[in-house]
Design a protein around this ligand. Structure first.
Ligand SMILES: [Zn+2]
Ligand SMILES: [Zn+2]
Ligand SMILES: [Zn+2]
Ligand SMILES: [Zn+2]
Ligand SMILES: [Zn+2]
Ligand SMILES: [Zn+2]
Length: 250
């Protein structure tokens, strides 16, 4: 079965991943199992669901504009920082170039409601209120006990806040997202409490070592990204000043 995807110049074929083979999906960067679309000469793999992701997405986290599927980061650093989970990404993203919103594919598809054995009620996906994170009360994830970033998405108890006050990371409430990629860039890791044991029996060979830590590549990418942001801001400021000065002379 042949397949053509706009992110790759060659035709893709259905490919069966053999045990022990490391094939990373070009769309979501996670490992592939079973059947995927592949261009074997380029070592290009794509999950069925990643390849079929819509080119445009209306997402409740960003009602102003439709999000566009980008096959690669549009930043010169080659990576983006996800507005949902705070981790860098270098594969597909849904983004709004106007508002500099970038989402991992899997974050864009986080379900609006989940259940988790750690809590008796439904958990709903909640987005930070725009500009509403000025007063920073430190909040800690009720599952992994690490600090929450109020600028990122979270899952919280669907019941009223004062009743349960149960809020967790998106990747702690769902199994689809790799927790190892997460790092709060602003704060050093808290004195490690006993980590919540992963019930799922995740056999992640080699990946456990990087748990909670950025690889040097990711750290460099994140640093580049913040530098880039700063440069963009400076540039915008310069443009504003320039237009301001001009209008005074007219
Ligand atoms: Zn994928
Ligand atoms: Zn190819
Ligand atoms: Zn994300
Ligand atoms: Zn926008
Ligand atoms: Zn957590
Ligand atoms: Zn509750």
């Amino acid at each position: 079965m042949e397949y053509k995807h706009f992110s790759h110049p060659h035709t893709l074929n259905l490919f069966k991943v053999q045990e022990g083979q490391q094939c990373r999906c070009h769309g979501c960067q996670s490992l592939c199992y079973d059947s995927v679309y592949a261009c074997r000469s380029c070592h290009f793999f794509l999950h069925d669901h990643c390849g079929n992701a819509n080119r445009y997405l209306n997402h409740p986290s960003h009602p102003l504009h439709p999000l566009v599927l980008f096959p690669a980061p549009t930043y010169c650093s080659g990576s983006f920082l996800c507005n949902a989970c705070g981790s860098p990404g270098s594969a597909f993203s849904y983004g709004c170039a106007l508002c500099e919103v970038d989402l991992h594919l899997h974050c864009a598809f986080l379900p609006p409601k989940v259940t988790h054995k750690a809590h008796q009620h439904d958990l709903i996906l909640s987005f930070p209120a725009p500009g509403g994170h000025k007063e920073s009360v430190d909040e800690y994830c009720k599952i992994c006990t690490k600090k929450m970033d109020s600028k990122l998405w979270s899952y919280c108890c669907a019941k009223s806040d004062d009743e349960c006050d149960f809020r967790v990371h998106t990747f702690c409430a769902t199994t689809e997202v790799k927790p190892g990629l997460y790092q709060d860039l602003e704060s050093e890791p808290p004195p490690a409490p006993a980590p919540a044991t992963n019930s799922g029996g995740n056999q992640s060979q080699g990946e456990s070592s990087s748990c909670g830590q950025l690889t040097p590549d990711e750290a460099a990418a994140a640093e580049l990204y913040s530098l880039q942001l700063q440069m963009q801001m400076n540039q915008k400021l310069a443009e504003m000043m320039a237009s301001f000065n001009l209008s005074q002379f007219v």
